[in-house]
Design a protein around this ligand. Sequence first.
Ligand SMILES: Cc1cc2nc3c(=O)[nH]c(=O)nc-3n(C[C@H](O)[C@H](O)[C@H](O)COP(=O)(O)O)c2cc1C
Length: 220
Amino acid sequence: MAEARGRSDVSALGEDLPLLEGIRTTRAIRRLRPDPVPRELIRKVCEAGTFAPSGGNRQPWIFVAVTEPERRAFVAERYRRAFGRYIAPALEAAEEPDFPAAQRRNLRAALHLAEHLAEVPVHLFVAGWTRRGTPQNQGLFPAIQNVLLACRAVGLGASLTTLHRAYGEEIDTYLGLSPRTPSCALLPIGWPTGRYGRPPRRSVDECLHWERYAEEPSRT
Ligand SMILES: Cc1cc2nc3c(=O)[nH]c(=O)nc-3n(C[C@H](O)[C@H](O)[C@H](O)COP(=O)(O)O)c2cc1C
């Protein structure tokens, strides 16, 4: 099993996945096992994050990997509350028989994560330096996506979440982050219970326009 490998194996892990195949099969993996993840592997996926582009190459990212059970419980308790407030109404709508099945699966997985976040072995927070008093989230998302792709490559499951921001200040203070370095995203990371696969996506032919945008029917 990947988690039983030594440090030298970690350097080889994930290096052979073709880039575009990795991109096409990276998706939100929210059902995770509680087994620990080697620190060296978390270091490796964060290193992938550091190769992201950023404005002026300022590299504003800060990664905080939370692994201690009581710290994860603190985060999970607040995440669950935020989830209940913002997402639970959608779950109710999802019980209607004509609700799209793929969206229903997605919401159920999101609920599963909210209910089991405390058991997820690594809560990886991505924070960043503000610039002229403004958070630079746009400077963090390329790094976040690199981390998600690297997780895919090494066999870890991960997803991008932002709901903790409902308790952002409180959680940031708990993590030692200040208003000058607010967190932007929380990536719960662990070994997946299921498999990776191609996520449902619109065809590129619906999104790609040449020379001029030909207006689509309203999507709202
Ligand atoms: C900016 C942003 C914020 C997100 N926040 C959350 C979140 O708080 N909780 C969650 O479970 N998923 C969150 N997601 C994940 C999306 O729900 C997920 O990427 C989407 O459903 C597609 O999933 P798939 O790749 O498995 O198809 C977020 C995604 C983005 C891009």
